[in-house]
Design a protein around this ligand. Structure first.
Ligand SMILES: [Zn+2]
Length: 648
């Protein structure tokens, strides 16, 4: 166990090199046909097999079995050269590895040129492997140029570099250039699985994707991460919790968690990510820079659709899939507005004494599009409307919908006028009307901030008789309009002037997702796979383009759907049970599953009363009442049609 995994499993021939078939296949073909060039350039990101492949190439070239008469693409493994160049072998006199990072000067290049004039000591070729070749100085390259241009027949050069552009063109043009790439997860995950099996280390589900993500496509980095996990693992092997605790704090995973939380409008998770950014010592400014970069990628995806694959070639396929979902949940205008906000925050953060404060303010602004009344904020809200969502958090939970509907016809015209001046209105209004309970007028003010259920019930009850009694009606309306908003949530923002909502961001987002929510979001693709196996219709319904994980608490998993039709369809027809079963089978715990409308979670994010009031007519008119919505029938029949086609 003492030697690093990366060394122990270093490939010894091209068949063992993973994820670089586009390079190894033509190379092997050239070797088999004896068409060997005198200089090679291997380029690509760090840790993806360039130096390893250079050594393999050297091993094949100098293998005693590899002769002009019988060229081969696989080292025999038994001749003296093969043994010397094997893993843990002493190395061969005829294969010289030079690290150009420390030996890239002109003197080193001259020395190399002199050594190259000698014939190989024993084997067919004298092979020079120049690692980090971009570090060779221009003078060094010029000193090498002559010998690379007109090499003696016994000399081979293999340059390996992360930056092929920095290798001077005259040398580059004399090499065969093979670009290596990052290794995709669908290759790395099974490879790590095999490796753990041969190490007899049990691996819990979900661990390897986490490791692969932390490694970022570099085999060496991935194996180092795995090494570290194995070293810290008990007899039970690798478990998800331990791995997440160690790896859940990398810049990349924090960024993923944050964007997912913003896409799901899950304020609690977003602020927890901020907490982790700070507590794990990440630099807030750097983090916002990365966030801006991610938003840029999402804008590219939103703007160019399928063509985004070409523009974002370096993004792994699984990451691309989740980014597509994020882009579609946020929408182009919202993304563009978010990028503006992140950019502005970046400027404000330079030299700021409390970068954390700025980071938190940024979170609040990202989460609350409704407080932004300029054009970009309006654009974001329009985006949401177009996608069938309430633009500004219509605060209607499914259970409360009937109450809201009863009140709505009477309230709607009044609130539009009254809402912008919401704070004074409810306080002043009840006084003339409150004959039955004069105390109500005074009690109302302190009560609202406390946010218990009591005030929500009382005004609603008094309103119904009141609505037939014309003098009382106008007075009670503003009061009646308020209750749906705070129901079950602290209504602090409603009781304060609207500006307070943006000034006190940490208090605003409400307890939607807990730490478990983040875990579930990360492992959601696995659950989706299980659902796919259980029932295709459900799988299609909860596709990331339609639904996302809104919240997981001790008993209930809430999936938020983009349209009322989808949410309604999900609630009927046994879909929640299928998801619950998939969660149990994949993650091993029991949970009740509910389908809700996307905006229902963000209603909790403490939007100011005014926008909520303004938006209440559309909310009551359709979005908030999935059960009675006419569009539901259309949505259901579409899914039924799909179901029928699968069942055939
Ligand atoms: Zn050999």
């Amino acid at each position: 166990m003492s030697q690093a995994l990366y060394r122990r499993y270093r490939p010894e021939n091209f068949a063992e090199v993973i994820g670089q078939d586009h390079v190894t296949a033509p190379l092997r073909q050239a070797l088999r046909s004896g068409q060997v060039n005198h200089a090679y350039l291997f380029s690509g990101p760090r840790g993806c097999g360039k130096t390893t492949s250079a050594r393999i190439l050297a091993r094949i070239l100098n293998c005693a079995q590899n002769t002009e008469a019988s060229p081969t693409d696989t080292p025999c493994g038994v001749c003296p050269s093969c043994v010397e160049l094997a893993r843990g072998g002493p190395g061969s006199l005829d294969v010289v590895e030079i690290d150009a990072a420390s030996h890239g000067g002109v003197d080193d290049a001259r020395e190399l040129r002199e050594r190259a004039t000698f014939a190989p000591a024993r084997d067919r070729y004298k092979i020079f492997i120049l690692d980090e070749a971009h570090m060779v100085s221009p003078q060094g390259f010029n000193a090498l140029l002559k010998i690379v241009e007109e090499p003696p027949p016994h000399i081979k050069f293999i340059f390996a570099t992360t930056e092929p552009d920095k290798v001077i063109g005259t040398i580059r043009s004399r090499t065969h250039h093979y670009p290596f790439r990052l290794v995709p997860p669908d290759v790395l995950v099974p490879y790590l699985g095999q490796l753990c099996a041969s190490e007899s280390v049990p691996v819990g589900s979900g661990v390897l994707p986490l490791v692969v993500r932390a490694g970022g496509g570099s085999v060496r980095d991935t194996l180092s991460v795995l090494d570290q996990l194995i070293a810290g693992a008990g007899s039970g092997g690798l478990e998800y919790e331990g791995a997440a605790a160690l790896l859940g704090y990398t810049q990349a995973s924090l960024l993923d968690d944050l964007v997912e939380a913003i896409a799901a409008r899950d304020g609690a998770s977003a602020f927890r990510v901020v907490d982790r950014v700070i507590s794990t010592g990440h630099e807030p400014r750097r983090f916002v820079e990365d966030l801006l970069e991610r938003l840029r990628d999402l804008i590219v995806i939103a703007a160019s659709g399928d063509a985004a694959d070409a523009a974002l070639r370096d993004v792994p396929a699984d990451q691309m899939q989740s980014m597509r979902a994020q882009a579609s949940h946020l929408g182009a205008a919202e993304l563009s507005r978010s990028a503006d906000l992140a950019n502005a925050a970046l400027t404000e953060m330079s030299g700021a004494t409390s970068p954390r404060l700025h980071l938190e303010l940024l979170m609040a602004r990202l989460l609350l599009p409704a407080v932004d009344d300029d054009r970009s904020g309006l654009g974001a809200r329009l985006d949401r409307l177009e996608r069938g969502l309430p633009a500004a958090g219509a605060p209607v939970r499914a259970a409360e919908a009937p109450v809201a509907r009863d009140v709505a016809p009477a309230v709607a015209p009044a609130t539009v006028a009254a809402a912008p001046v919401a704070p004074p209105a409810p306080v002043a209004a009840p006084v003339p009307a409150a004959m039955p309970a004069p105390a109500d007028g005074e009690v109302d003010v302190p009560r609202q901030p406390r946010g218990t259920e009591a005030p929500a019930v009382e005004p609603a009850a008094t309103d119904e008789p009141g609505s037939t009694d014309s003098p009382a009606a106008p007075a009670s309306r503003p009061v009646a309009a308020a209750p749906p908003a705070p129901a079950g949530q602290p209504p602090a923002p409603a009781a304060q002037p609207p500006s307070a909502a943006s000034a006190a961001p940490p208090a605003a987002p409400q307890g939607t997702g807990g730490p478990d929510t983040e875990m579930l979001r990360r492992r959601w693709p696995e659950v989706l796979e299980t659902i796919k196996g259980l029932r295709r219709v459900t799988w299609a319904l909860v596709d990331p383009r339609n639904a996302q994980v809104a919240e997981l608490d001790a008993t209930t998993l809430r999936l938020s759907f983009d349209t009322a039709a989808l949410a309604g369809t999900f609630r009927n027809g046994g879909h929640p049970d299928v998801v619950a079963r998939a969660v149990r089978e994949t993650l091993g715990f029991d949970v009740r599953v509910e389908g809700i409308l996307t905006e229902q979670t963000s209603a909790a994010a403490g939007r100011p009363a005014a926008p909520a009031g303004q938006q209440s007519p559309p909310a009551d008119g359709g979005w908030g009442t999935p059960a009675s919505s006419g569009s539901r029938a259309a949505g259901q029949s579409a899914v039924e049609r799909a179901a029928a086609s699968w069942d055939q």
